[in-house]
Write a protein that binds this ligand. Sequence first.
Ligand SMILES: Nc1ncnc2c1ncn2[C@@H]1O[C@H](COP(=O)(O)OP(=O)(O)OP(=O)(O)O)[C@@H](O)[C@H]1O
Length: 256
Amino acid sequence: MTLLLDVKGVQKTFVKGSYAVDKVSLQMEKGMCLGVVGESGSGKSTLARLILSIESLTAGEVYFKGERFDTLKGKTLRRKRREMQMVFQDPSASLNQRLKILASVMEPLDNFSDVCPSFLTDVRHSRRETAAKLLQMVGLSSEYRDSYPHQLSGGQRQRVAIARAISLGPDLVICDEPTSSLDVSIQAQILNLLKELKQTLGMSYLFISHDLAAVHYMCDEIIVMKEGKLVDRFLTEDLFSSERNVYTRSLINVAQ
Ligand SMILES: Nc1ncnc2c1ncn2[C@@H]1O[C@H](COP(=O)(O)OP(=O)(O)OP(=O)(O)O)[C@@H](O)[C@H]1O
């Protein structure tokens, strides 16, 4: 098994004396989906932002594909970060409202014009074609290419955000509550899409969610966060085991 992500004792403090993330260590193997659960304010999103180096660490280290990641800066960070992408809760906020859909998916390709993900080598020569292929892969009909984000439904917008996230062939996608802003009827479609893309493209996911059913459906292993600390980690099949600690059981009880 290849180690993809190695997070060592990361800490983040925003307010002196309190830790949003407190000495969290975790490892992820290539190809896995690791779920992150915990109540609101437990530090899940901050942990994601620390891993991606969107926030600076107060302490600790992050290694990605065997190399130190948290100390990268500027251009080097930008280049390396394309291998680690994020899908956010609210696709409206993550898309430029003034860009048409096809242009929005072309944008990361334009920023990294020398990169062509291996799964798209057949369309290496045209970024327009590559973007069109990506939209097809996320199940968005070609009739929407010239639409603006506000003309799409929430589920369709999330498909566009996913197309952008996979466009540069990332190894790791951090999904932060990717279905929480969507209608319940659409949530399963987006989860199925993410699952299918993971399988086809061989990506790994760090999957943050309040929704234990979604985490159970998507993930191989689950970590539990409480007040910034990692308090439990287990195989998904052991979620309902009597060995779970009291806090994890309380989350399960709330969800049922
Ligand atoms: N930029 C910031 N400035 C100050 N405090 C912050 C900042 N970002 C997060 N926090 C604090 O850090 C703690 C963890 O927040 P975080 O958003 O990571 O939790 P979460 O588990 O993702 O919550 P939710 O499920 O509601 O998204 C909270 O107390 C929050 O108020």
